[in-house]
Design a protein around this ligand. Structure first.
Ligand code: ADP
Ligand code: GLC
Length: 509
């Protein structure tokens, strides 16, 4: 289970800027706008453990910008109640078996102004720790109940029993925490179609079988043709099985998960539903991630005026006590520190990288042994390697800007965002040829892509990068090729809108 990165723990003063709502909901004059309820367990800047939060903020805003009426549904964690704009009571929900009276609030997202429903149920959501784990990194024992409630309310708001006068045409669910919603909708007669998006199949929401009926699903749903997963109850499998359509966050990952090992035990189901499985590449928030206007940076730069990038590098070296060497290739890493991300491969080649004249910055948080290993390698190479254990959004921007190359050797990567941020910042990515990494980095053109899943594979790509570094004109050409790529959400939002329309038209409801 993931670490929680509290938005209130960031060190950069810029993060305290007052929210600037920019409502992007556009009224269409002719047809009524398609209504979509986007159910998610996290959305930045309110609550974030990883890329799902970035996507949950940016995609609904992009959908509103192209004329859809997309609204978010989030659990009422303390940070959500504190950070959402204009929260007001909308309804009380009394008929949810197993739960007391639940209050539903309505407000808007900071930054985008996208409408937001919040489940105000302090008993489940207002806790000291993160969204999934306590302050000591242990999963909350009642996570099944907490996210069954999110799923329940997502389904309820999508059905005729909803207390709201706004009802969606389609329910868009994200990851295991919302996986029961398509099952609840199925057993309520499928009033609207449900799309289930998989951001990471490694997190499945597995719980004991006796919870199936306790959480309001019929006993017969506990079967291979239902929510059963190797003798247990899987929230994600429920979503994948009962949803009208499945999407994931890159075309390559959509292929990879139909086979072992990346199908993680669900490859049979996914291959069986392949006609209803689509990969739509994530975009990035190009306003937040723009080197020419990024307030986190000591100075701005662009493809036309690159000098500022050299100054960002020097400032980063000085801040992190690295030797201020302009000619040393500085590699950056910003990551959850987990097995998925191939951090151990980076650590295995770190000595060689330093011996070849390179520098390395690792910003990450996660598994304790990886945090300790990162700190140990930095201690061995003072002035050459810096390891910052923690979550720091401002620093993540400064690493993207100050580094020359970015290492992302993930064992698997559904999409990945940092390799796209890197290209936009003229920071050449070195990535493993999997999932979204493969789909967004062009080998030899905008970065280096390696095939062999090992530290050796990574090292060979880093050697290729070193060779190019020795030829400044070619290096600059690669930087500019990345900086000119379009990673904005617009095209992907259009693909989701098309998929929604197709599902609503073919659902016959
Ligand atoms: P994942 O969701 O698997 O963690 P992504 O690449 O999709 O991977 O998204 C990770 C997001 O979290 C990016 O926005 C990245 O910049 C951010 N991030 C990860 N670790 C840190 C950290 N230690 N400090 C700041 N930002 C981080
Ligand atoms: C997941 C994946 C990551 C993806 C993100 C947003 O956390 O690990 O690859 O970019 O979700 O979809």
């Amino acid at each position: 289970m993931r670490e929680w990165y509290s938005p209130h723990n960031r060190s950069d003063a810029n993060d305290n800027r007052p929210p600037m709502p920019r409502p992007r909901v556009r009224a269409t004059r002719h047809a009524p706008a398609m209504k979509v309820l986007f159910a998610t367990p996290e959305a930045r800047p309110l609550v974030k453990t990883g890329g799902l939060a970035d996507v949950s903020a940016a995609l609904p805003a992009a959908l509103c910008a192209i004329g859809l009426d997309c609204r978010l549904l989030l659990p009422g964690y303390s940070a959500v109640l504190a950070g959402a704009l204009d929260l007001q009571e909308r309804a009380w929900l009394y008929d949810l078996p197993g739960f007391g009276a639940v209050r539903l609030l309505q407000g808007r997202m900071p930054d985008s102004g996208v409408p937001l429903y919040v489940i105000d149920y302090p008993y489940h959501y207002q806790r000291e720790g993160g969204p999934y784990q306590d302050a000591h990194g242990r999963d909350y024992p009642d996570n099944a109940w907490r996210f069954a409630l999110l799923s329940r309310i997502a389904a309820l708001l999508s059905s005729p029993a909803s207390p709201l006068d706004w009802r969606p045409d389609l329910l868009h669910c994200n990851d295991w925490q919302t996986g029961l919603a398509p099952a609840y909708l199925h057993f309520a007669g499928r009033p609207v179609p449900a799309l289930m998006t998989v951001h990471n199949l490694a997190y499945q929401g597995i719980f004991p079988p006796d919870l199936v009926t306790a959480l309001g699903l019929p006993a017969e749903s506990f079967s291979i043709d239902g929510v059963e997963y190797y003798g247990n109850f899987s929230f994600l499998k429920a979503g994948l099985y009962y949803a009208d359509w499945i999407s994931t966050v890159s075309p390559s990952y959509a292929e990879e998960i139909q086979r072992a090992p990346l199908g993680m035990g669900l490859e049979g189901l996914l291959a069986g539903r392949r006609e209803r499985l689509t990969g739509i590449l994530n975009g990035i928030d190009t306003a937040d991630w723009n080197p020419s206007s990024d307030l986190h940076l000591p100075c701005s730069y662009s493809a036309r005026a690159l000098t500022g990038k050299r100054r960002c590098k020097l400032a980063l070296q000085q801040d992190l006590n690295l030797d201020p060497l302009p000619q040393a290739p500085l590699a950056g890493v910003i990551s959850r520190l987990t097995y998925q991300k191939g951090i151990d491969w980076i650590l295995a080649v770190a000595d060689r990288w330093v011996a070849a004249g390179g520098q390395l910055v690792i910003l990450g948080k996660g598994e304790a042994h990886l945090e300790a290993d990162c700190q140990a390698v930095a201690a061995r190479h003072p002035g050459r390697i810096a390891a910052i254990v923690g979550y720091d959004e401002g620093l993540s921007h400064r690493v993207e800007a100050g580094a020359d190359l970015f290492l992302m050797p993930s064992r698997f990567e559904p999409c990945g965002l940092n390799q796209m941020y890197s290209q936009r910042y003229g920071t050449v990515p070195v990535v493993h040829a999997v999932g979204g990494l493969k789909d967004t980095v062009e080998d030899g053109v905008t970065g280096f892509v390696f095939l062999e899943p090992s530290a050796e594979g990574l090292w060979q790509a880093m050697e290729r990068a070193l060779a190019l570094w020795g030829d400044p004109d070619s290096w600059r050409r690669m930087m500019l090729a990345g900086m000119h790529k379009d990673f904005s959400w617009e095209a992907s939002a259009q693909r989701y809108a098309w998929l929604y329309r197709m599902l609503v038209l073919t659902s016959g409801r």
